[in-house]
Ligand binder design. Structure first.
Ligand SMILES: Cc1ncc(C[n+]2csc(CCOP(=O)(O)OP(=O)(O)O)c2C)c(N)n1
Length: 619
């Protein structure tokens, strides 16, 4: 096995050329074998094997800075940088992360998880290199899907004009998670290979020495040529128009050519785009056939590609169904996704109501503003979006939606801790930032019945902006629909009060049972509306509460516990003891949700333990 001899990129560089295809084959087998057990992002990595090997042949990622966009395609890089032995722990608590992490390796230049920022980060690094008179390359590796995000254009616009030597590698597989959308993919598809032109260009630039941009004659000729070219041949690439040298498209599975082109790009003293065409899922038939399903996949059977865990109903799939019912009742209802139709349960909606379904690409800010426009003209837009990615649309929520009090409905999916994707993907900010915005109503269902009731409430009863936030996965054993009231008492008890919302209410109920075994009677309150918290809804509660514990998987600043305490204090009804159980100020790593609840002391046992200690200590 060649792979067994690869412990660092130096080993990749030292390998004879004719052995490289075997290495690529072994890397693919390794990926399939490991991801079939742990789950993970398979298809994008299979498509990027030759590209990643080529990068490590040409560059030195200890010194050169390689910035991944999204970062889900970093597995091959991790294998080649001495981390193959950690793959059995991929995406597990304290295991190998599924995304680049500088704390894991010097070869991981920057964190990643959210799309479209790589060019901006790389430009910052390139500028720092120049200012500090260092000598190394900076690369951004970005997919065509990530190129649908506006941030990518802000980066390209600035980088192209900067003149900073910087290499943007565009890994174009025609796919986001689903097939890519918008005008950019068509532009990319139209680009033709101009091999002879680039050979000439290389020769011509060579005439002016190592830094032709510094030569006034070269600069003059370049300007005349560009002006003429634009006038006579307006179909130059967008990248060239932005100031990049453009190379491509290159077959992303042709390793020798990739190495040649990257070596050429490395020599350039200007911003370069290297456009690489790859096949998502390459080398594993089930993934080639269903790249969307194998984008992020659970454990599967290698021979057939079939998933090992059956498809279970989830909050996302239920949300999609409910929205279809609502759309049947009112032709004002329309649905928006930012490149996550399948993940947010909207695929069937897209088929049933194509004219009222909008996939805007990886463009959450645009999705929010477009929803505002739809609402301003009398439609009922529903934007289904993962909590973590909604962070991208924060200003638009304030400026475009809340200021006009527009009736935009958000389906905030993957709210709370999400599990294996870790730090970059947990949805632990939305309660905080949505509640901060004047006029926002935030509803928290704990099961499918409540999801149905609250979604209908949000669409047909509420006015102004409303968010319905629900977690990843399915419902638990708490199935009662308590949605009629914003705050309900699920259990009576005179010793302590536990308050929670969403699916965490089950931990609160279990904690109350554990406490009862110890002779402590706990009252359990369930919050269905976390914002606004007003005196009217709190009126019949907390009269005699001495100890209140608020349980939530949010960060601490601005959490429900803090806001509730402030509201109760205002009306002179603050309990004697207030215990806030949340994530504090710590970013939660990857792990299963129950493992993470345990680690942060948010599980039933820890909650009961805390209350017992407080009680005993107080007595
Ligand atoms: C801001 C943001 N929105 C949504 C996502 C979810 N997401 C992860 S990968 C991906 C598709 C990326 O496509 P592309 O960049 O072409 O990479 P590929 O997987 O095709 O290699 C999406 C939508 C994200 N990571 N970040």
């Amino acid at each position: 096995m060649i792979l067994e001899t690869i412990h660092s990129p130096a080993d990749v560089k030292a390998l004879e050329k004719d052995r490289l295809p075997i290495l690529c084959q072994e890397v693919r087998e390794f990926l399939i074998e490991n991801v079939s057990k742990t789950g993970g992002h398979l298809a994008s990595n299979l498509g990027a094997v030759e590209l990643t090997v080529a990068i490590h042949r040409v560059f030195d990622t200890e010194k050169d800075r390689l910035v991944f966009d999204v970062g889900h395609q970093c597995y091959v890089h991790k294998i080649l940088t001495g981390r193959s032995g950690d793959f059995p722990t991929l995406r597990q608590l304290d295991g190998l992360s599924g995304f680049p992490k500088p704390y894991e390796s010097i070869h991981d230049a920057f964190v990643a998880g959210h799309a479209s920022n790589s060019v901006s980060v790389a430009l910052g690094m390139a500028r720092a290199r120049t200012l500090q008179k260092e000598d190394h390359s900076v690369l951004a590796l970005i997919g065509d899907g990530a190129l649908t995000g506006g941030l990518a254009y802000e980066g390209l616009n600035n980088a192209g004009a900067s003149g900073e030597p910087l290499i943007v590698i565009l890994n174009d597989n025609g796919m986001s998670i689903d097939p890519n959308v918008g005008a950019m993919p068509s532009h990319l598809a139209e680009l033709r290979s101009k091999r002879a032109y680039y050979h000439f260009k290389k020769w011509y630039r060579g005439l002016f020495g190592p830094q032709p941009e510094k030569n006034p004659l070269y600069r003059f000729n370049h300007k005349v040529k560009s002006t003429l070219k634009r006038g006579l041949y307006p179909s130059s690439t967008l990248f060239e128009d932005m100031g990049f040298s453009y190379l491509g498209p290159i077959d992303g599975h042709d390793l020798p050519r990739l190495c040649d082109m990257l070596s050429w790009a490395k020599e350039q003293q200007c911003p370069v785009v290297v456009h690489v065409k790859t096949k998502k899922g390459k080398g594993y038939l089930p993934a080639e056939k269903e790249p969307g399903r194998f984008h992020g996949v659970g454990p599967f059977d290698v021979a057939s590609g079939a998933g090992k865990k059956g498809e279970k109903a989830s909050f996302s799939s239920e949300f999609g169904k409910i929205l279809m019912e609502c759309a049947a009742e009112s032709d004002k209802v329309c649905a928006i996704t930012a490149a996550m139709a399948e993940g947010t349960g909207l695929s069937d909606f897209a088929k049933a109501y194509p004219e009222r379904f909008f996939d805007v690409g990886i463009a959450e800010g645009h999705g929010v503003s477009m929803a505002a426009g739809l609402a301003a003209q009398g439609m009922i837009p529903v934007f289904a979006v993962y909590s973590t990615f909604l962070q991208r649309g924060y200003d638009m929520l304030i400026h475009d939606v809340a200021l006009e009090n527009l009736h935009v409905v958000l389906g905030v999916d993957r709210a709370g801790l999400v599990g294996a994707d870790g730090e970059t993907h947990h949805g632990c900010f939305d309660v905080l930032f949505l509640s901060e915005i004047p006029g926002f109503t935030v509803l928290c269902p704990a099961n499918f019945a409540e999801l149905r009731a609250m979604t209908r409430q949000a669409l047909f009863q509420c006015s102004g902006p409303v968010a319905v936030r629900y977690p990843r996965g399915g419902e638990g054993s708490f199935r009662e629909d308590t949605s009629a009231q914003p705050l309900v008492r699920l259990r009576k008890g005179g010793d302590v009060t536990i308050l929670s919302y969403g699916v965490m209410i089950e931990e609160a109920l279990k904690a109350a049972e554990l406490l009862a075994e110890q002779g402590v009677e706990a009252e359990v309150l369930k919050l269905n509306r976390v914002s606004p918290l007003d005196d009217e809804m709190l009126h019949d509660f907390f009269e005699n509460t001495k100890t209140l514990l608020v349980l939530e998987d949010s960060f601490v600043a601005g959490c429900v516990g803090q806001r509730l305490a402030a509201t109760l204090a205002k009306y002179g009804r603050c309990p004697e003891r207030l215990i806030l159980k949340n994530l504090g100020k710590t970013f939660a790593p990857a792990g299963t949700v129950s493992e993470l609840w345990r680690r942060f002391g948010l599980d039933a046992r820890s909650v009961a333990q805390t209350l017992l200690e407080v009680r005993n200590h107080g007595e």
